[in-house]
Each structure stands twice: as structure tokens, then as C-alpha cells.
Design a protein around this ligand. Sequence first.
Ligand code: CU
Length: 116
Amino acid sequence: MIKRSIAAAVGVAVLAATPGVDGATKKTITLGDNYYSPKRVTVAKGTTVTWRWPGFEEAGDVHDVKLKSGPKGVKKFHSEGAATDYEFKRKLTVPGTYKIVCTLHEEMTMTVKVRK
Ligand SMILES: [Cu+2]
């Protein structure tokens, strides 16, 4: 019984770590007041990251998503400022570390690591 549950857990872990077809994976980051959640993520190359602002009920301050620093050759991106019901997506195709900041709250930061 114990052995079986360990095997099941390992199976799930392996599945979760495997990118989808053509490495097409997705990851969603939620914006809060004043944070990104999760604050650190590691994704496969080619993952489309979606930053999602809260719905109307949880609306807070205005936030944005700006690439402060990224791997060499990656064009900087900067979303619009929004408080609620907004989405910003970027497909991250270059491996490396992407540092994200909200230009309205300098302590509001996050890091995306893209694996090779
Ligand atoms: Cu902010």
C-alpha cells in the first residue's frame, strides 16, 4: 500500500515536469496587492506566461508587469497598468532569468527562470 502510493506520487511528479507537445506549456501568475504569486517560477523554454489581474471583487491598486532584466537578446516588455480584469502574456523562448517589476511598487518583484 505504501509502496504503491510512493510510485503514484513519483509518476505524478514526472508528468508535471514534462513539457507538453512541442514544449508548449503555460504558466499563470496572479497579481495581488502588492505582489505577484508565485514570486518565483521555473518553466520550460517556450512556455507562455500569463500574468492575471484579479477580478472585480478583489480589485486593488493599479499594477503593471515590466521586464527589468532578462537574458541577452530578449526584447524588454511592459504591460499596461491595470487594476482588475486584465491579462498580459509573453511566450518566453530564451533560457535564462527574467526579473519582473511593477513600476508603481518597486518592492513588487518576481523572477521567472526559463530552463534550457
Ligand atoms: Cu504594483
